[in-house]
Design a protein around this ligand. Structure first.
Ligand SMILES: NC(=O)c1ccc[n+]([C@@H]2O[C@H](COP(=O)([O-])OP(=O)(O)OC[C@H]3O[C@@H](n4cnc5c(N)ncnc54)[C@H](OP(=O)(O)O)[C@@H]3O)[C@@H](O)[C@H]2O)c1
Length: 253
């Protein structure tokens, strides 16, 4: 386990001309990562299911004069194998290779006992949080293998590492994500692809607000504070290996 804190700021030119795909790029942490990576010179393939909010982030990025992103409307719940195949074809024909895949999109599902857990919510949470990252990874590996140094990042959570009562499908999927990340890191150890999971701790986003409606949201870090440290994690200045469980702690010194 490696913990990165707020003082970790990348100084390199590592991101220029690199291509990263970020899921759930329209808001929350995915939006911040899209802005910061574009600012650092990367081309970001912004994947999300809501085109209007993806376009708003696109406008923000291009108005600031950062690298132009590539919008990719895609519903992780409804997509089938043909959609993933088309995604690979589009990425390879547009960019030739993929340098980073950031599995950020997720749903909190419902917070309730397993005994009463709604079946529809259980299955959709499994699809968005666990099956989709598996499918995306499997289909995009050919493009990642063309990069001289690619990275796969799985956004995880405390309740994936330490499952807790009432966190239901969300907790189960994040435990699955930890497992997927470790298995993949081992299977890819002879390649140039690094695979790691990241627990970003708490952030001021819609997901946190749903999970903790009574708390003062202003006490939580902005996702842009977390995304800047994730850029350090992705840079050549970072000190972890492949297959690590990383934590971003922007609250303590
Ligand atoms: N916030 C926290 O405190 C916290 C703590 C620990 C871990 N995390 C993890 O950090 C990551 C980012 O969380 P966040 O707080 O930024 O979450 P968020 O604000 O709720 O954003 C979730 C993102 O996932 C997208 N998404 C959900 N279902 C989708 C689908 N079917 N197809 C495509 N996109 C879909 C959402 O798109 P729509 O706008 O279309 O819904 C949105 O862009 C997640 O993996 C989360 O588990 C967050």
């Amino acid at each position: 386990m490696v913990t990165y804190k707020q003082q970790f700021k990348f100084k390199s030119n590592d991101f220029i001309n690199k291509v990263y795909l970020i899921t759930g790029a329209n808001r929350g942490l995915g939006r911040s990562l899209s802005i910061d990576l574009s600012k650092a010179g990367a081309t970001v393939v912004m994947l999300g299911r809501d085109l209007a909010s993806l376009e708003n982030v696109y406008d923000e990025i291009t108005d600031l004069g950062y690298s132009e992103p590539f919008l990719y409307p895609f519903d992780l719940e409804g997509a089938g194998p043909k959609d993933y195949e088309d995604l690979l074809t589009n990425i390879e024909s547009e960019f030739g290779q993929l340098d980073g895949l950031i599995h950020n999109a997720a749903t909190i599902g419902s917070l309730m006992p397993i005994e009463q857990y709604d079946l529809k919510v259980w299955f959709s949470t499994m699809q968005i949080n666990l099956n989709a990252p598996f499918l995306l990874t499997q289909f995009l590996l050919p493009a990642l293998k063309k990069s001289p140094a690619a990275q796969i990042i799985f956004l995880s959570s405390y309740v994936g590492r330490f499952p807790k009562a009432y966190w239901g499908a969300y907790s189960v999927t994040k435990s699955g994500i930890e497992s997927l990340s470790s298995i993949l890191a081992e299977e890819l150890e002879k390649t140039e692809i690094k695979v790691n999971s990241i627990d970003p701790m708490r952030m001021k986003t819609k997901m946190r607000q749903i999970a903790y409606p009574a708390e003062n949201a202003d006490k939580n870090p902005d996702p842009s504070d977390v995304s800047k440290v994730i850029l350090f994690v992705l840079s050549s200045e970072a000190c972890h290996d492949s297959g690590d469980q990383l934590t971003i702690d922007v609250l303590s010194d």
